[in-house]
Ligand binder design. Structure first.
Ligand code: 8YV
Length: 327
């Protein structure tokens, strides 16, 4: 019997591709190649499964053009690139990659918070440009991190891991807002206190965004929310770019209505709003919060294991629409 054919939409590490080749006929994007939506549809012809990153949009049009497709395995925990109702309607399983990246992503959230509050990249640019002539008492004086108030918007696994770092490692008071309040034992484990959304913006010295991106979360942080923040506060976004109104943020940073921001995600990524590049008090990184080799390997492996489990045994490890399996 012919082996099922699958597509790897963006290059993964050789060991993950090798694992998939033991079960399937595999077509894989070469390293550095990013297919356009129409090229992706073309490559998907005859494929029953595809391993995607968060960068490939899976919507009703693509599903209609790829009727043989049965599973889309995202190697990201976020799945805002999926039109999940359309996938369910088409009988296509979607899987994501939770858990394996939690601690690594929380580490980076903290790194970005520290870099932003303590002006690490801004001062490095100054030094590299040969502008350091004298030491002075207030040279690149930043914001205190230890003992300050850490705000977290979106208190899932990554939010809780950031909270633990703040409370236990840096003696911070941790406040959070989430659609639903955590169970008391979970709140106690990360020493976090639930507050209303307005209070979160008003009280945080450092506010980290870790909420999932949905249409309802679009521009959760806009001019009104930024206006609530302290002029000394920093804002860090490691969730999705669309959560922040970038033009409103640029205005707030320029007018020093907040002190600084750290962004790992962007509204139009990989294109970056040119206005952001002109603002000195923002740290910009190219969506690397989960980027360590062990974690990226674990993410790709989990996606591969979902493809193998579903296409060989009809089950999945981390299904997003399990009703497709039972149907
Ligand atoms: C991924 C992420 O690296 O998992 C997620 O949701 O944002 C990142 O960890 C990225 O989305 C891969 O495309």
């Amino acid at each position: 019997m012919a082996r099922p054919a699958i597509l790897i939409a963006r290059a993964v590490f050789p060991e993950v591709e090798h694992k998939l080749r033991q079960h399937f006929e595999v077509e894989a994007a070469p390293p550095g190649v990013v297919w356009s939506p129409s090229q992706l549809v073309e490559r998907l012809q005859g494929k029953v499964g595809v391993l995607t990153t968060g960068g490939e949009r899976i919507d009703a049009a693509l599903l209609a053009a790829c009727p043989q497709l049965k599973i889309v395995a995202n190697l990201a925990v976020g799945f805002n690139n999926f039109d999940l109702p359309a996938m369910t309607a088409a009988g296509v399983l979607g899987t994501n990659a939770p858990d394996v990246l939690t601690e690594t992503t929380a580490d980076f959230g903290f790194a970005l918070l520290m870099a932003t509050a303590r002006r690490v990249t801004e001062s490095e640019h100054f030094l590299r440009a040969g502008q350091w002539k004298e030491w002075s008492l207030d040279l690149f004086a930043g914001a205190e991190v230890h003992g300050s108030t850490l705000g977290i918007l979106g208190m899932g696994r990554i939010g809780q891991a950031i909270a633990r770092r703040g409370a236990l490692g840096f003696g911070m008071q941790v406040i959070y807002h989430n659609r639903s309040r955590l169970e008391p034992d979970k709140e106690a484990a990360c020493q976090a206190r639930y507050v209303g959304k307005d209070a979160l913006f008003e009280q945080a010295d450092h506010l980290v965004l870790v909420l999932p991106y949905t249409p309802a979360a679009h521009h959760t942080v806009g001019a009104a929310e930024l206006a609530r923040m302290k002029p000394t506060a920093t804002l860090v976004n490691i969730a999705r770019g669309g959560i922040v109104d970038e033009n409103a943020l640029v205005a707030a940073l320029r007018e020093r209505r907040i002190a600084a921001a750290g962004l790992d995600v962007f509204e139009g990524e990989p294109t970056v709003n040119p206005a952001l590049l002109t603002v000195p008090n923002v740290v910009l990184t190219p969506h690397i919060a989960s980027a360590t080799i062990p974690t990226r390997t674990a993410m790709a492996t989990l996606a591969a294991d979902n493809l193998i489990a579903f296409l060989t045994e009809g089950r999945a490890l981390t299904p997003l629409n399990p009703q497709v399996i039972s149907a």
